[in-house]
Write a protein that binds this ligand. Structure first.
Ligand code: TYD
Length: 424
């Protein structure tokens, strides 16, 4: 039987690379005391050789363009290379194809060193059995495709965003898919002979293996006392996961669904002082029952990474610990609500409750929950620690008292490790 190979172009197909390219062009122009190119000019740098672009678009002499190229590479090879994003959903698409037994490869006009470093950085190399890159300035796609798959009997699909990918693919006898989220237009792709067009990442899998099951995504939650800096860290983690090509969906509790948002208003309203502790616990559980069924499970089944701002652990900590209803009682109340749906990973922002409250009150007006006294917040912290000691493997615990940037890096590293390991 013929083997099927799917070959992908890198820039503009799997990764979005303009940020790094632009920053390096700006750096080079500044180093040579040239004015910073505007965005329209920066776009032109994507595609053509650098020397040509510096001459044509910045008005440099041959010698100046050479110096600019050196400056560009100096920054690109250390920093610019990683100022790159994998398009959202790319990982899910690669996993879907991999599970169907498709062999995959990379065919790119980039040099091999940079290509491999990018693929390793984003932990994408594991998906590919062959990587064919430009050598000594030769970046002709037809030759690269033949080098990537020497087997002349194989069925090859070339997937790319520019005319070079389509033309090279046709000349090498491959089928072609043009993708419209990169640097070429649909018109360009079609006139270069694209056999099929993918307007979204998922359409690649639809074209190549229609009806193939989508691998499950993941459920993540973030927890911590009020004032632990959770808002900032959620934003940072969402951005990192998006940058790595996961399809991320952010949600929250209380809230998270239209019904849940209504429940949230009741729960956090400072006017509701007479709410009994049991009412409060049941409202949080009711909110969760809707959230699990309407939002969390469907997202994970669709291969997304659902990142939730607070979940079951908050009830255990706040109602079980803070309100004194007891850890086990809260778990019992919530059992039918969550119905076995627990996060794959929970990030816990570990901070002394006194320090956290100091930060919280310095920020904005406190809500009904935050107005509870110090004993309440101490009990919340204790209950969190008890939960972690009961099931330490679910948690990524980070010290939340330090520098925000360092905390974000630690969370990113640990969460990415868990998620990428689970892709195997
Ligand atoms: P929110 O405004 O989302 O605050 P934060 O940014 O600190 O998450 O309010 C959520 C409040 O609700 C917070 O004080 C914790 C509390 N809470 C519970 O008491 N039980 C729960 O089950 C959940 C999900 C939240």
């Amino acid at each position: 039987m013929k083997k099927t190979w799917i070959l992908f172009d890198l820039d503009g197909t799997l990764t979005k690379s303009e940020e790094g390219i632009w920053n390096c062009v700006r750096y080079a122009a500044k180093k040579l005391s040239f004015p910073e190119p505007d965005v329209e000019t920066l776009w032109k740098f994507i595609g053509p050789p650098l020397l040509y672009s510096f001459r044509e678009y910045c008005g440099m002499t041959e010698e100046q363009a050479l110096q600019a190229q050196t400056a560009y590479r100096e920054r690109y090879n250390t920093v610019g290379l990683f100022e790159n994003r994998v398009y959202p959903g790319i990982r899910r698409m690669l996993r879907t194809l991999g599970r169907q037994g498709m062999k995959m490869g990379i065919v790119t006009g980039k040099p091999e060193g940079a290509t491999r470093r990018i693929l390793e950085h984003f932990d994408l190399l594991k998906f590919f059995e062959t990587v064919a890159c430009a050598t000594d300035g030769h970046a002709e796609k037809e030759a690269l495709i033949r080098r990537a798959v020497p087997d002349t009997d194989a069925c090859i699909w070339m997937v790319g965003d520019r005319l070079f990918d389509m033309e090279g693919g046709c000349r090498a006898g491959a089928h072609t898919i043009g993708v419209t989220w990169g640097y070429g237009s649909e018109e360009e792709l079609l006139s270069a002979g694209a056999e099929r067009i993918a307007h979204t990442v998922d359409e690649i899998a639809d074209i190549l293996c229609p009806g193939a099951p989508v691998p499950e995504g993941a459920f993540l939650s973030m927890e911590g006392p009020d004032g632990s800096g959770k808002g900032t860290q959620l934003e940072r983690l969402t951005d990192t996961l998006d940058r790595y090509g996961f399809d991320v969906q952010l949600s929250r509790e209380p809230g998270g669904s239209p019904i849940g948002e209504k429940i949230r208003t009741i729960l956090l309203d400072p006017a509701n002082q007479e709410m009994s502790d049991m009412t409060e616990a049941l409202l949080y559980a009711a909110n969760r029952a809707q959230h699990v069924r309407e939002v969390i499970r469907p997202a994970v089944a669709a291969g997304k990474v659902l990142l939730c701002d607070r979940y079951l652990d908050s009830s255990v900590a706040y109602q079980g610990g803070g309100r004194g209803l007891g850890v086990d009682r809260i778990l019992e109340i919530n059992a039918p609500a969550v119905d076995g749906t627990l996060p794959d990973v929970t990030v816990y922002l570990d901070i002394d409750h006194r320090e956290a409250m100091k930060r919280r009150f310095a920020a904005t007006q406190p809500d009904r929950m935050e107005l509870a006294g110090e004993g309440f917040h101490a009990a919340v912290e204790n209950a969190y620690h008890e939960l972690i000691s009961r099931d330490p493997r679910r948690y990524v615990v980070v010290n939340a008292a330090g520098d925000r940037e360092k905390i974000a890096e630690e969370i990113a590293e640990k969460v990415l490790k868990r998620l990428t390991e689970a892709e195997a």
